[in-house]
Design a binder for this molecule. Sequence first.
Ligand code: MF3
Ligand code: CO
Length: 270
Amino acid sequence: MAIQIKSLEDLQKMRKAGIVVGRALLLMKEAARVGVTTLELDAIAAKHLAESGATSSFLGYHGYPNVLCASVNHEIVHGIPNERPLQEGDVLSLDFGAIVDGWHGDSAISFGIGVIDPADQKLMDTCDESMWRGIAAAKVGGHLTDISEAIQLYIESQGSYGILREYGGHGIGTEMHQDPHVLNFGKAGFGPELKVGLALAIEPMITRGSATTKVLSDDWTVVSIDKTNGAHFEQSFALLPDGKPFVLTSLDGGKERLGRLGVEISDLLK
Ligand code: MF3
Ligand code: CO
């Protein structure tokens, strides 16, 4: 599949989907606490989609049964919401996607329930920051793996984490998953050139131990083979016609987190 280049008008539509996703994740994070189930969070997200005039990117995707992926502790990604009440100390990853006017937004966050192990907090902080470093490394005229290398180098600078190899980021637009695939490791300077109008979902997935995973018998849930906890963060961003990035699924467009890394966001979108 050729890489889909988006016009400013296309990106305005993707921003609408991105805001729905960003708000839904915030609503779910606020609701998530000890005793709440991930199915209840899924219902909050479904309601938010309906109220926003949006539909789910996930529901029915290769038969996926829900609007949310909720992965707890050693489940890294693609967990199916269920009736288990969240417990103190859980590491919860929520992955959510929405379609507005045919355009997708895709984002994920990880956070702790109640008081958590500081090593789990560091795991999540490392994953989160690596994603922002990856986005910050995306420059018009650069190459795709500039992002991959920035993610890997940051994670490796923070300790001995497993970076999942079988899963990565992706182009996003009129489909949730488009070319190119974005590895979360590699050497800079390779792959397609980064151009204005490119939109990518950047999504590092790491564990406190092994990078080796398996898929459970539900055919979806990806768990670490050594049962160590995992984290997953994701944002969809684009390179705008002024050459600057804009993070479509971040409510502030990425202003704060990219600003900290010395990267100014585009003001062509709001
Ligand atoms: N949002 C995931 C991704 O980042 C995909 C979820 S799989 C689905 O690529 F089946 F739930 F859609
Ligand atoms: Co994604």
